[in-house]
Design a protein around this ligand. Structure first.
Ligand code: SAH
Length: 221
């Protein structure tokens, strides 16, 4: 049974986290999107960590969530979400549900969320938590490399694990005009890429610097 309690202390820590994300620093671009800062200030990130680690929930760092996986650093969640340029009612496919936190952020922004996870234990935990928080979304236990063809095409696709290259099957499931945000690279760090499927059929790629993700694994479900 999950007990959900959001105290004034948690709310205060969330406000400080939002200030960190928007603050000027020499080493990264501040998060400026007001809607994203607002939903990060709203969603209790500590619900997505084991209760004994609650105190780590509002530090701007990645954290273990079991099965050798991590909940992404809040800055990374905000940055990827900003690159995705989410509009209400858009269909967004997420690869790597993990804790479910990124999915909750997309849902709070009004998107229709479809999310895929390949680790059974994490899938079940996120499924229970997100439904308990009254979110309405579609979740699939399976291999993200295949995408989710029955619900394609998607306006946006966000990959929250490091992919060896831009997964072609997923690119095909993007609408014309659609955007994919994907960290690409097999080493310790990945280049954050935004891939846009232009309406004229061309592909446009932009790079946004190095980030650190757990790997996107193949065919091990
Ligand atoms: N978005 C998550 C981040 C989780 S870390 C959050 O907000 O917490 C990345 C996740 O991707 C891990 O849970 C890992 O199991 C999952 N993953 C790795 N390879 C995958 C694949 N091929 N298909 C689906 N999920 C995958």
């Amino acid at each position: 049974m999950i007990i959900l309690r959001d105290t004034y202390k948690h709310q205060g820590l969330r406000k400080l986290l939002v200030e960190t994300l928007r603050s000027d620093r020499s080493d990264r671009i501040p998060i400026m999107d007001k809607r994203i800062l607002e939903v990060i200030g709203k969603v209790p990130r500590h619900f997505f960590l084991a209760p004994e680690f609650s105190e780590f929930a509002y530090r701007d760092q990645a954290f273990q969530i079991g099965c050798g996986q991590t909940i992404s650093q809040p800055y990374t969640v905000a940055f990827q979400t900003q690159l995705l340029d989410v509009r209400p009612r858009e269909k967004i496919l997420e690869i790597g549900t993990g804790s479910g936190y990124q999915a909750a952020i997309l849902l709070e922004l009004g998107a229709k969320v479809f999310t895929i996870e390949r680790q059974r234990e994490l899938f079940d935990k996120a499924d229970e938590l997100l439904h308990k928080m009254n979110y309405d979304l579609k979740m699939l236990f399976g291999d993200g490399y295949r995408g989710w063809p029955v619900y394609a095409p998607f306006h946006k696709i966000i990959i929250t694990c490091g992919a060896p290259e831009v997964p072609e099957a997923l690119y095909e499931q993007l609408r014309p005009g659609g955007i994919m945000v994907v960290p690409v690279g097999e080493g310790d760090t990945q280049e954050m890429k935004r891939v846009i499927k232009l309406r004229n059929g061309e592909r446009y790629e932009q790079n946004f610097g190095l980030f650190r993700f757990v790997p996107m694994l193949k065919d091990k479900v």
